[in-house]
Design a protein around this ligand. Structure first.
Ligand SMILES: NC(=O)c1ccc[n+]([C@@H]2O[C@H](COP(=O)([O-])OP(=O)(O)OC[C@H]3O[C@@H](n4cnc5c(N)ncnc54)[C@H](O)[C@@H]3O)[C@@H](O)[C@H]2O)c1
Length: 266
């Protein structure tokens, strides 16, 4: 029997492999960042440069994976990102991509947000993305392309209470990703974002009460909040050639929260 479709079938699992490639993970020291370092390494990355403001955390994660290297500094500062790009280029040679995990929220109502909080939120959620896109991006353009993955949030898609400045910065990050995709696409650079729902990172795990844990689980259609490996899996997909035609998009990873119709009408 002959088949009508004789187009070649690729080795899909091979497309997930990152053999011999080098990556930078920003905010590598905890939770999603640490899991992403492991995911890239397990997929065959030759080197993962684990970047964190906390030297001890960066070194610890780097020591957990084969080919792990560490770098510490504050990537919300231009001078530090210039230093990172120079060091990464020297240590890795070619940089095939980066995953930028860094971000944090302060919980304030719109009428309570002050200029300091506003500026801090845009620095910690957006400025490093802009700086790293430029400084690491120049190296990636010069060496033939690669992938950029950023962690946004569903708070940038829908309004979460007390999250206005954070949501605005994360929405801006998703817009930034679209522009990266369009402007750097011709250089064979793909840029995408991930919008997580609630993810039980070590930081959240330490502050959640039992009531908050139960309430958060109940909101999610699949009955549980996310775990850091849920985000690392998405980061691996967007970094690998399995997503070779995905560019400028945000992948929502929230167990179905943002897909839900908000009214109980039945
Ligand atoms: N946890 C959630 O429920 C959730 C939900 C949606 C989106 N997010 C986003 O996911 C990402 C990770 O969140 P998390 O809670 O796992 O973060 P985290 O605070 O647990 O980890 C972030 C890491 O980045 C490092 N870091 C912080 N500032 C830095 C800087 N200026 N330079 C270099 N390193 C720095 C920290 O030391 C830390 O190791 C963030 O972008 C956050 O906004 C989290």
């Amino acid at each position: 029997m002959t088949t009508e479709d004789s187009s070649p079938v690729p080795d899909y699992l091979q497309k997930l492999r990152l053999d011999g490639r080098n990556y930078v993970v920003l905010g590598a020291g905890l939770g999603m960042g640490r899991q992403t370092c492991h995911a890239l390494s397990q997929a065959g990355a030759a080197h993962v440069l684990c970047v964190d403001i906390d030297e001890h955390r960066a070194r610890e994660v780097a020591a957990e994976i084969p080919g792990g290297l560490s770098w510490h500094g504050d990537v919300t500062k231009r001078s530090e990102v210039v230093r990172l790009a120079a060091d990464a280029s020297q240590q890795l040679g070619r940089i095939n991509g980066f995953v930028d995990i860094i971000g944090m929220a302060q919980w304030k109502s719109i009428l309570e947000i002050d200029d300091e909080i506003w500026d801090w939120e845009f620095d910690i959620c957006l400025r490093h993305a802009y700086l790293c896109s430029q400084e690491l991006g120049k190296l990636m353009v010069a060496s033939g392309g690669g992938t950029m993955v950023f962690i946004s949030s569903i708070s940038g898609l829908s309004a979460a209470p007390m999250h206005a400045a954070y949501g605005a910065a994360k929405a801006a990050l998703m817009a930034w990703v679209q522009s990266l995709a369009v402007e750097l696409g011709p250089h064979q650079i793909r840029a995408n974002a991930i919008a997580p729902g609630t993810i039980l990172t070590p930081r959240l795990d330490a502050i959640f009460t039992d009531e908050q844990r139960t309430a958060n689980n109940e909101v999610v259609p699949i009955g549980r909040v996310g775990q850091p490996p849920d985000i690392a899996s998405a980061a691996l997909y967007l970094t690998s050639d399995l997503s070779a035609f995905v560019n400028g998009r945000t992948l929502v990873v929230d167990g179905g929260v943002d897909a839900k119709f908000p009214y109980n009408t039945l």
